[in-house]
Design a binder for this molecule. Structure first.
Ligand code: PNS
Length: 173
């Protein structure tokens, strides 16, 4: 039997129920799953620091024995080789995800043919969910129930309120 180590990379700013759904599915399929938070140079204005995102992911996956959480910088494929990983796990929610995901998967394979990308679909109720939309709803005071775990919701609301005070000097209603 092969020992399949998979990396599930992403920004996770913040982790959503869709991410957690995929982590649970991945943990059943792979021998080991490393959830890897990427330091993305394009996304300078993140809601949470790398360490905060790592803590939240660790808290939400602590019951899964074969799942660990890590951070990485630089190319994903270099990180995969460093971790002896042979697969990358990515979620596809809708057709709109496919074009970008295909480009990334093929480019990663060109750079590192030893690493295969595996796509999985989250449960249908998460097919319209993303971290970006969670951040936007939170900033506009909308409901987050069912989108992120309770603990993450509290952290998001707290952070959005802090940012609002720093930007305007006023408290959110
Ligand atoms: O959650 P996201 O923002 O969709 O994740 C994108 C991520 C982190 C998987 C992607 O940006 C990535 O792999 N970054 C690492 C840098 C890299 O290897 N870039 C080349 C990809 S072909």
């Amino acid at each position: 039997m092969k020992n399949i180590v998979a990396i599930y990379p992403g920004s996770f700013d913040p982790v959503t129920n869709g991410h957690l759904d995929l982590i649970h599915r991945g943990s059943k399929l792979f021998d080991k799953l490393i959830v890897a938070i990427a330091r993305n140079l394009d996304k300078t204005a993140t809601l949470f620091s790398m360490e905060e995102r790592k803590q939240m992911l660790q808290a939400m996956t602590s019951e899964l024995d074969n799942v660990t959480v890590d951070t990485f910088e630089g190319l994903l494929v270099s990180y995969c080789i460093q971790q002896n990983a042979n697969a990358v796990l990515r979620g596809i929610r809708a057709i709109s995800d496919y074009e970008f995901e295909l480009q990334m998967a093929l480019m990663n394979r060109k750079m590192e043919p030893r690493v295969e990308t595996v796509f999985m679909m989250p449960a249908e109720q998460y097919s319209y969910l993303s971290s970006r939309i969670v951040r936007e709803i939170a900033k506009l005071g909308g409901p987050l129930n069912g989108l992120v775990p309770k603990m993450v919701e509290e952290r998001v609301r707290e952070r959005v309120a802090q940012r609002y005070i720093s930007a305007t000097g006023k408290h959110l209603l």
